[in-house]
Write a protein that binds this ligand. Structure first.
Ligand SMILES: Nc1ncnc2c1ncn2[C@@H]1O[C@H](COP(=O)(O)OP(=O)(O)OP(=O)(O)O)[C@@H](O)[C@H]1O
Ligand SMILES: O=P(O)(O)OC[C@H]1O[C@](O)(CO)[C@@H](O)[C@@H]1O
Length: 338
């Protein structure tokens, strides 16, 4: 339609710009990729040397760059866009938000999220069946979600078999009145079994007190998490963490992905740059708002307690942000230029 002569795939994430070869993305190469999980390009963390990336874009004569990834990737795209603008290059930069965590603000849903929630149902179902077959059986299902508990929240709401959902945004404590152990005891007395869904970032403050060694980070600088599933599991643990990320996308995600791809290409071809195919790119991270209706719905569907009053949690978070001189609502928005 636009007479594009060649489309290059950069292998292995940002470092691939200067460390790897490109692969030609012909219609034949990409024909079946929507039916497969994973990525044909490969991925990596770390390796964002902006000047080298932009050098490589310049050297290769690339005039449109489509960058697919989560909130970190979008921050990287914003930096590339700025560098391209500084050098006065005629190169369009387009961000395509992709993360199962759904932690990119403004857009309602990132593609892959639906598929992940659907796949998580299978594990929750297995945990339910297993926990029911043992006296006082507890099924613990750990799901992805480093800073945001969306997968855990939606998987819990969809399943209706979950008795307790723990997410990073909603702190909890273990012992004493109103704590998790008390609630578990109560549920077991009532039901004889229970299912707990836990997002991988939940309860990290509790774990760090117990296990220490909290300062390690991955190549992107993301803090390495303690295994909350292992820690909390008792009798049964189903760990679908990577399973929900590795499967082919479902029909709704496939259609969504097509719409994103079309918007990205039409935008760049129309002369826009520095945009993402949600309304804008921000540097904020999307999180579950535990004073919102959706979390209230979850609490009423599981019957779990709030552990800590959500209003107190939100007030504490705001105090923390103010004392750090940061405002979570500050957004860096990439401008649209034509
Ligand atoms: N502030 C930043 N400035 C420049 N580049 C960044 C920034 N943050 C992240 N990046 C680049 O983006 C890459 C991907 O970031 P990250 O590992 O956080 O994953 P993500 O895109 O958020 O996806 P996921 O949902 O898998 O966490 C990093 O390895 C780094 O190269
Ligand atoms: O182990 P890896 O491949 O670095 O990825 C784990 C992270 O990726 C995510 O799934 C985001 O894609 C996070 O939820 C999770 O913490």
């Amino acid at each position: 339609m636009y007479g594009v002569s060649s489309v290059l795939g950069i292998e292995g994430g940002y470092r691939g710009f200067y460390a790897r070869n490109t692969i030609p993305l012909t219609p034949k190469v990409v024909n079946d990729i929507h039916k497969r999980g994973g990525t044909i390009l490969g991925t990596s963390r770390g390796g964002h040397i902006t000047s080298k990336i932009v050098d490589s874009i310049e050297d290769r004569g690339i005039n449109q760059v489509y960058i697919i990834g989560g909130d970190g990737t979008q921050k990287g795209a914003a930096v590339i866009f700025e560098e391209i603008r500084k050098r006065g290059l005629k190169v369009a930069v387009v961000g395509i938000p992709k993360t199962i965590d759904n932690d990119i603000p403004v857009i309602d849903k990132s593609f892959g999220f639906d598929t992940a929630v659907e796949e998580a149902q299978r594990s929750i179902n297995a945990a339910h069946v297993e926990s029911e077959s043992i006296e006082n059986g507890i099924g613990v299902v750990k799901l992805m979600g480093r800073h945001s508990g969306f997968i855990a929240m939606y998987a819990t709401l969809a399943s209706r078999d979950v008795d307790c959902c723990l997410i990073p945004e909603s702190p909890f404590y273990l012992e004493g009145p109103g704590g998790l152990f008390e609630y578990i005891e109560k549920r077991l007395k009532e039901n004889g079994h229970m299912v707990i869904v836990i997002a991988e970032g939940a309860g990290q403050e509790l774990l760090s007190k117990i296990m220490r060694k909290m300062d390690e980070a991955d190549a992107s600088g993301n803090k390495l998490l303690q295994d909350v599933g292992l820690w909390i599991s008792h009798r049964i643990k189903v760990d679908p963490t990577y399973m929900i990320r590795a499967i082919p996308s479902n029909a709704s995600d496939n259609v969504y992905c097509t719409l994103l791809a079309h918007s990205a290409i039409h935008g760049a071809m129309a002369g826009y740059t520095g945009f993402t195919v949600g309304p804008r790119i921000t540097e904020r991270q999307n999180k579950v708002v535990i004073t919102d209706r959706m979390w209230a719905r979850l609490l009423s569907s599981t019957n779990q307690p709030s552990f800590v009053d959500p209003k107190l949690v939100v007030a504490e978070k705001e105090r923390e942000l103010q004392s750090n001189g940061a405002n979570e609502n500050n957004q860096v928005t990439m401008t649209q230029t034509k």
